[in-house]
Design a protein around this ligand. Structure first.
Ligand code: NAP
Ligand code: GLV
Length: 310
């Protein structure tokens, strides 16, 4: 039996080497060279893979996302019926995202955009000192990534707020849930950090209504998926000053078209979906363990809940 990999060729080679380092007995196939479809028992795939194609493998027993997100796997037509899907929960993914959030919170908190503009104009002028304890950071999503990033900011003395689907307690974080909870949190969040999964409920959550609830001059930081943001609404809020600046790692579509206004916007800081990149050597052990569990009929690690959509 074999494991099918599907992503960019260079990354597939890294995945192959990482999986074989954990279990040299694995047989690895790299899409599109799947060989005999009946031999494929697991598919480890990233965003470009066509879910309809996975219906070709009669003995498939496990699908694994090469990242933390699974929206690409669940969108129609979705995975083949009754095949479980697992995602990655990985220390290196979590660490990188924490760093990216920290980078952008501190960039905005310490007025870095303004100081860079001053440097361009050779302007020597001190701006008012920021007060960390008076700068609440609100997280949309308090899961693996959100909880970790929230902890880093709390450690620096920022008041931290967090919104989740279900009521939740996280040490040192003031938590919210539901539509009323979102409104209450937004009203206080000087910075809004999105680390939600993209689901039908969360698509377009960062819209004119939510942006309008933020304190004037708030900052938006999106490390989750482009589909969470209504781009026209964010651009309008940047125009009026309701949002002072935004840091965006994810876009819809990706790559972002060259003509998109974000590219040249003086108050948008972009990265090319690089906030947190899967490192196969770090993630491979859980994939091999999940294959072992799938073969043994045991509960899988990091199983996706289809009804919740993440
Ligand atoms: P996770 O552990 O599943 O956490 C998701 C969080 O979102 C949970 O707190 C969940 O609430 C909350 N949530 C889900 N639906 C909600 C809703 N309708 N209303 C309110 N809260 C809701 O996910 P994760 O590992 O932290 O990853 C989050 C996302 O980050 C991924 O799905 C992926 O899209 C994105 N990501 C991006 C990059 C990048 O490089 N840009 C890298 C990795 C991941 P509960 O706690 O109640 O379940
Ligand atoms: C990256 O976007 C991931 O979901 O891991």
């Amino acid at each position: 039996m074999a494991v099918l990999l599907s992503t960019k060729p260079a990354a597939m080679a890294m995945w192959r080497d990482a999986l074989l380092a954990v279990d040299p007995s694995l047989e690895i196939r790299m899409f599109p060279d799947a060989g005999d479809p009946a031999a494929i028992e697991a598919a480890v795939v990233w965003t470009a893979h066509d879910m309809a194609e996975l219906r070709r493998y009669p003995n498939l027993r496990l699908i694994v996302s090469m990242g933390a997100g699974v929206d690409h796997l669940l969108r129609p037509p979705g995975p083949p019926p009754s095949i479980p899907v697992a995602r990655l929960v990985d220390r290196m993914l979590t660490t990188q995202m924490g760093e990216w959030v920290l980078l952008n919170v501190l960039r905005f908190h310490r007025q870095d955009l303004a100081y860079r503009a001053q440097q361009q104009g050779r302007v020597w002028e001190e701006l008012p000192a920021p007060v960390t304890a008076e700068t609440p950071v609100g997280f949309l999503g308090l899961g693996e990534l959100g909880t970790h990033a929230a902890g880093l900011l709390r450690g620096l003395g920022f008041p931290v707020l967090g919104w989740s689907r279900r009521p939740k307690q996280v040490a040192g974080v003031e938590t919210f849930h539901g539509a009323d909870g979102l409104a209450a949190m937004a009203a206080r969040a000087r910075m809004l950090v999105c680390l939600l999964p993209l689901t039908p409920e969360t698509r377009g959550v960062i819209d004119a209504r939510l942006l309008g609830l933020l304190p004037r001059g708030a900052f938006v930081i999106n490390g989750a998926r482009g589909g969470h943001v209504v781009d026209a609404d964010l651009l309008a809020a940047l125009e009026t000053g309701q949002v002072a600046a935004a840091a965006l790692d994810v876009f819809s579509p990706e790559p972002l078209p060259e003509a998109h206004p974000y590219w040249a916007h003086p108050r948008v800081v972009m990265t090319p979906h690089a906030a947190s990149i899967t490192i196969p050597a770090s993630a491979a052990p859980q994939v091999v363990e999940n294959l072992r569990r799938a073969r043994a009929g045991q509960p899988l690690l990091n199983l996706v809940d289809f009804s919740a959509g993440y």
